[in-house]
Design a protein around this ligand. Structure first.
Ligand SMILES: Nc1ncnc2c1ncn2[C@@H]1O[C@H](COP(=O)(O)OP(=O)(O)OP(=O)(O)O)[C@@H](O)[C@H]1O
Length: 303
């Protein structure tokens, strides 16, 4: 059972004047699924391509199981590129078998694995079709099969869920969870934050080529600002103004939504609300991953 971690250690990369990665670091442990999120151009694809070795870093190191990734370990990686790089005119099963052999499987094992994955991913009926005759969603399933056909020890997937229908999303999610449960480190990029929040053990948020937040969804959520909803129907409009660490986000029908930073004291807020009359609701919520992400992106725009 594969158990090694994939480590990306202070990797930097420039394209001419453009700094694509600036000391990017991330670790995915065996048996862990990491969601890699960030705005367009933040550096996700560049990181993954460097991890796979199709692109060279200017500095930094990529390790698997403690050792720098070399040709042998590279062949143990299953990769799903963003620009789906399969042969349009080749038949599905031939293509998968060929890729399996390219990764070192014997012909019979590659054929067996190609059959197994096409069956598993609902492509059994399409094995003899040219890839280009398949719908885009089915082509994507073939791409996943191509990443899996050699039974990889590491899985790196660039936006594997984009453009998939809900059934295909479930198939993809189940397969990725299974790989994770078998001890494989799984990392995928996505802009579908609810899906990332639901599936991933850990999330890394990347901004301008560096990791700016990394942790379990719960850790990230508890590190972000809390939100408080207070229903005090008799409170005047300005009741929460001037409370330290508190920003009023909205107010509607006597219900005020407040954002609390680390210096805010929620009990002081409660006392201030009670001074205005009855308080029917006082509930504290942590931000969703979408809100955290928006905060990071907003900071980027503000700078
Ligand atoms: N071949 C290239 N030549 C020049 N600049 C590039 C090249 N590839 C990427 N870049 C630049 O590097 C930066 C990082 O791009 P990258 O594709 O890694 O981002 P990303 O996070 O994957 O974005 P997206 O979510 O849009 O896929 C961007 O500024 C991009 O314009």
């Amino acid at each position: 059972m594969p158990e090694g971690a994939l480590e990306i250690d202070r990797v930097s990369k420039r394209y001419g004047e453009v700094v694509a990665l600036d000391e990017m670091s991330l670790t995915v442990h065996g048996g862990e699924m990491l969601g890699f999120v960030g705005s367009n151009g933040a550096g996700k694809t560049t990181t993954m391509r460097i991890a796979l070795g199709v692109l060279a870093a200017d500095s930094g190191e990529v390790r698997y199981d403690g050792a720098p990734v070399d040709r042998t370990t590279r062949s143990r990686i299953g990769y799903m590129p963003e620009e789906r790089g399969l042969y349009p005119k080749m038949k599905v099963s031939e293509q998968l078998q060929y890729l399996g052999e390219l990764h070192g499987l014997r012909r019979a094992d590659a054929a067996h694995s190609a059959n197994r994955w096409t069956e598993r991913l609902g492509l059994a009926e399409r094995r003899e079709d040219q890839l280009q005759k398949l719908s885009l969603g089915n082509q994507q399933r073939v791409q996943l099969a191509a990443a899996l056909v050699h039974d990889p020890s590491v899985l790196i997937l660039d936006e594997p869920f984009s453009g998939l229908d809900p059934v295909a999303v479930e198939v993809m999610s189940t397969v990725l969870r299974e790989m994770r449960d078998r001890g494989v480190p799984v990392v995928f990029s996505s802009h579908q934050l609810e899906l990332v929040q639901r599936l991933c053990d850990r999330v890394g948020i990347v901004r301008r080529g560096s990791m700016v937040a990394d942790g379990t969804v719960e850790e990230l959520r508890s590190s972000g600002p809390a939100r408080l909803t207070v229903h005090a129907p008799r409170a005047p409009a300005d009741w929460a103004e001037g409370l330290p660490g508190v920003t009023v986000e909205s107010r509607e029908n006597g219900r005020t939504t407040l954002r609390l930073d680390d210096t805010a004291d929620d009990q002081r807020v409660l006392r201030a609300a009670l001074e205005t009359g009855p308080v029917h609701e006082f509930s504290r919520e942590r931000p969703s991953l979408t809100e955290l992400f928006r905060d990071v992106v907003t900071e980027e725009i503000d700078e």
